[in-house]
Design a protein around this ligand. Structure first.
Ligand SMILES: O=C(O)c1ccccc1NCC(=O)[C@H](O)[C@H](O)COP(=O)(O)O
Length: 221
């Protein structure tokens, strides 16, 4: 049995949430960011999170939340984990973790080897790290753009435990991504969609199967 952990992000319907849960996803993600095609109101995210309770870790994705939004989001959604996908500083991440009382997964944009230099700082303030491609110039979204970064940047680096790989993954490339990075946790959004915001149950199942087809030996994650 493979030990690869899989997160399906940007779920927005009961049907696709159930597809992720039935496929055995370890984490399911709900996006609360108005500019996103995957945006859910806190009420809708709360309904889906309730449906997933006990079956997977429920992740609420926020972008640069203020204190009031964090409090309202935790109250309405009761997530197991908050994913911060904005420009939050390490100090802000530490503050939100302390005040929210929930574990934090901090998303970091990676484009060059230098971007990995600060990982130790981030791992001191966040419970988990998510490595993603930097958004292209002018992109409307800070994540969920379906773009991969150069996985070989990670091959020689020491990565904190609980580091998850994301950015441009799909059923066709996830095996190679896992092998080249040595990580054992992956996150996908665009790669299991038919169009932005519309997840496909068959692609979700295929992604989970492809990620788990890997041998169990992993470096970390
Ligand atoms: O999905 C969004 O619309 C989104 C909006 C704002 C911030 C982050 C967002 N998504 C993050 C993710 O879905 C993933 O964690 C990651 O970026 C991988 O996405 P993809 O390359 O589409 O698989």
């Amino acid at each position: 049995m493979s030990n690869v952990r899989v997160k399906i992000c940007g779920l927005s319907t009961e049907t696709t949430l159930d597809a992720a849960l039935d496929a055995g996803a370890d984490l399911v993600g709900f996006v609360h960011f108005a500019k996103s095609p995957r945006h859910l109101s806190l009420e809708a995210a709360g309904r889906l999170a309730g449906r997933a309770r006990g079956r997977a870790e429920r992740v609420l994705l926020l972008v640069d939340p203020d204190d009031d939004l964090l409090a309202a989001a935790i109250e309405a959604v009761d997530p197991d984990l908050i994913q911060l996908h904005g420009r939050e500083s390490p100090e802000r991440v530490a503050f939100l973790r302390r005040h929210g009382g929930r574990p934090i997964m901090k998303a970091l944009g990676i484009a060059r080897a230098e971007d990995l230099a600060a990982l130790a700082v981030w791992s001191d303030v966040a419970d988990r790290l998510l490595l993603d491609a930097k958004p292209p110039p002018g992109a409307a979204l800070p994540g969920g753009n379906g773009i991969a970064f150069d996985w070989d940047l990670l091959a020689q680096s020491r990565l904190p435990e609980h580091t998850m790989l994301s950015g441009g993954l799909d059923a066709a490339n996830v095996a190679e991504a896992l092998a080249r990075t040595g990580l054992s946790a992956v996150d996908v959004s665009s790669g299991v969609e038919v169009r932005p915001g519309e997840k496909d149950p068959a692609r979700i199942a295929a992604f989970v199967t492809a990620a788990r087809r890997q041998p169990a030996m992993r470096r970390r994650g």
